[in-house]
Design a protein around this ligand. Sequence first.
Ligand code: SF4
Length: 222
Amino acid sequence: MDIKEYIDTLPLKAVRPRADGTYTVIPRMHGGILDAEQLTAITKVVQDNGLPQVRITAGQQLLIDSVPEDRLEAVIEALGAVGAAYRHKALGCLGTAGCKLGQQDSQSVAVRLSELLETFTMPTKVKAGVSGCSMCCSESMVRDVGLIGRKRGWTVVFGGNAGKRVRQGDVLAEDVSEDEAFAILGRALALYAENGKKKERTARFVERVGLDAVREAAFNER
Ligand code: SF4
């Protein structure tokens, strides 16, 4: 099996070629968290293979840099699981787990949201941000899907985008419980999954079908 065939057997984007002929490798993480065992394994891989560094990506992943082609299989074998845990990722800030301003547990909710996103076949990637308070450190207003924790519950946001055509997401609900927020988002996402065009992000989808249609789906329990 040549190197390209080998990479194709791995989760999408777990290994990427660099311009200098080496590769980057992403060890699998859940919700931006690594336990001591994973950290030890990563440190050992870096030291044993004489690798220069690891980096943190914008998507809260740890990335092992500059892995030579002849060390790639050994590195991946030593790491165990590689690649993003979910196709669609929800980023969570520290929230009540580690920030004094946190009003809701954004980390566990981000994992729950990632799991919800996996239940759909989406037209394209979905970026989600879960913030533990209105400071919005996970940029929830400019994600495809956003949740913002407040004292009385969650604000639910849909249709944001921080790309070249920036769009502030629309607030679908405020001060709802976690379960209510997930029910509302689940119905809005079902509409998007069923009716979104290929590669159409939620921002463009809302612009095309109209916010009323999204709101109607989000609050219609069918
Ligand atoms: S959004 Fe709020 S809770 Fe989350 S890290 Fe920022 S300040 Fe802290």
